[in-house]
Design a protein around this ligand. Structure first.
Ligand SMILES: [Zn+2]
Ligand SMILES: [Zn+2]
Length: 350
């Protein structure tokens, strides 16, 4: 219990659009309610790339991305009650929030009115920049730390902390389950988790992907049906079919076309985040009392529920494990949609 890590190895983007390189970053001393986590694996999320390239606005540099973190507790502060040294833990997209607004009190910390504290590319309550998971260690408040159950490998669990909860939360909120028809638009890091989770929830799952290239994988991972969206016939055949359509695509869609696939009282939920505003013809909502909605990750309690659900059903992400010196190459491949289905960094190589 004497470790006092203050400077740890990490991979950082020194400036917007610059390649990531090995460096060191400071970590705060382990406080009363903190856990020190020895990071084992960190997933690469498309939003890491959006932020490292200032796609979502001015970032804080140097930037250590990574909000799909899985590791082992190496030290606990004196006031920690939920975790012990040696526990398998995860950290997702945020590491703190105000803890007193309506949403924090309801366990919806992801919608905290203050915006909360991002795991990276944010300032903590002391005004210090936060650094993410492309690193060997991180110090996190126990209340923002998740337990990773036995039964999922830490490597395949890492992407659940963003990709998994991003799909689980809307599937749960819009009640995907037996008797419901769910479509997942896009079959990448997010989409493949949507298929696995929706299938495990008991819904009838359809994948809508640009081409038929990933059909075999999708059917193997739990999809019941698969259609290519490049074929206009798809939109005719599936008109008015789905209770819930979840788009994981981060490029702007033809929303009117996708809304035509939704049943009356159904919803089209967007979890992908295009950098540019999109146009929607509202007639496509009115004629069927349809909902066009968005959803962002999940709260701490729901994220724990998702991890427990995934462990119970034997669900992890499909991953390609890489060494840290391949992060820049991985970024190029993520942008080119050339990954099946999530890159995970082995942090022992940092
Ligand atoms: Zn993410
Ligand atoms: Zn709050």
């Amino acid at each position: 219990m004497t470790t006092n890590v203050t400077t740890v190895p990490a991979y950082a983007a020194p400036a917007a659009n610059a390649p990531l390189e090995r460096t060191t970053v400071p970590r705060r001393p382990v406080g009363e309610h903190d856990v020190l986590i020895e990071i084992k694996y960190a997933g690469i999320c498309h939003s890491d790339i959006h932020q490292a390239t200032n796609g979502w606005g001015e970032g804080i540099f140097p930037m250590v991305p990574g909000h799909e973190i899985a590791g082992i507790v190496a030290e606990v502060g004196p006031g920690v009650t939920k975790f012990q040294v040696g526990d398998r833990v995860g950290v997702g997209c945020f590491v703190d929030s105000c803890r007193e607004c309506e949403y924090c009190l309801r366990g919806l910390e992801q919608y905290c009115v203050t915006g909360g504290t991002g795991t990276y590319n944010a300032l903590d309550k002391n005004g210090e920049p936060t650094y993410g998971g492309y690193s060997t260690h991180i110090v996190v408040d126990e209340n923002y730390t998740l337990r990773i159950p036995e039964g999922i490998g830490l490597d395949e669990a890492a992407p659940l902390l963003c990709a998994g909860i991003t799909l689980y939360s809307p599937l749960a909120h819009w009640q995907a389950g037996p008797g419901k028809k769910v479509a997942i638009v896009g079959f990448g890091g997010l989409g493949h988790m949507g298929v696995k989770i929706a299938h495990a929830l008991g819904a009838e799952v359809t994948v809508l992907s640009q081409s038929l290239k990933k059909q075999e994988d999708a059917l193997k991972l739990g999809a019941d049906h698969y259609y290519a969206t490049s074929d206009p016939e798809t939109f005719t055949a599936l008109r008015g079919t789905f209770d819930l359509v979840i788009s994981t695509v981060s490029a702007p869609l033809d929303f009117s076309a996708y809304l035509s696939l939704v049943k009356t009282d159904g919803a089209l939920v967007n979890v992908g985040a295009p950098e540019e505003p999109v146009k929607v013809n509202l007639f496509s909502l009115i004629g069927g009392r349809k909902t066009l909605a968005g959803s962002m990750i999940g709260g701490i309690a729901e994220t724990q529920e998702m991890l427990d659900f995934c462990a119970e059903h034997g669900l992890g992400a499909e991953i390609e494990l890489i060494s840290a010196d391949r992060i820049n190459e991985a970024y190029e491949r993520v942008v080119a949609s050339d990954v099946r289905y999530r890159f995970v960094i082995d942090t022992a190589t940092i």
